[in-house]
Write a protein that binds this ligand. Sequence first.
Ligand code: OOG
Ligand code: MG
Length: 259
Amino acid sequence: MSTDIAQLARTLDHAQTAATATSQLGDALSIEDAYAVQREILRLHLERGERYAGPKLGFTSAAKMEQMGVSDIIVGFLTREMELPVGQPISLEGLIHPRIEPELVFRLSHDVAPEDGEDAASLAARIRAATDAVAAGMEIIDSRYENFRFTLSDVVADNTSAARFVVGEWQDFPRSLSGLLVEFEVNGDVVERGTSDAILGDPLRAFDQLAAMTVKYGFALPAGAPILAGSMTPAVYLEPGQHVSARIESFPDLTVDVA
Ligand code: OOG
Ligand code: MG
């Protein structure tokens, strides 16, 4: 690994642990190197005793791409320590400028790994077959860059702004997830509205994207892994004292109270 990659990983990791924004890296970094920085950041998390949980997809909806000014799907990692329990007020401590967004979360019943020479379509079918549950969720993203602005390689290197996540009650899967209404509420007011089809036209297409990214960048898919499919609406800034609800049709409402 080049020292550049290790150094960039340390800079971004420090911005996160110190909850202080850092400057954008700019265009110099290739997407491949940005994923190498991200992998090195994962190594730093694991070195601190965190446990890998699963992958998260980003920018699977036009709503998010437009909000953030990027035009490609990205993938990042989640650790068990990023998951917050439902029903307890969440603290914004340790976060720089957090935003929150409604997500669908899939759960894997057993380990899945690409086989030698396996193509993405075959892997996608196996990931889907291994998925035994789906839940409404919310992701708290927190860019480590100043003003929450970034290029595509910036945001990939910064582990796709991943910071925290919450998962509602697991529901049986398989089931159709197409055409579900999504209302995102803050303090009882609907601030964003969308449908589940914001995710790639049908949330089940997330498996295809995840498989393609797994073949390319080698993400682990262990048993129990939560997989975030990507936000269905633009994200909203989190403030102390807010009550935020993700109301996704056919799922129990999921609410978090901000301390
Ligand atoms: C990047 C993360 C995008 C999603 O669900 O689309 C993402 C960001 O918006 O800062 O997690
Ligand atoms: Mg997200």
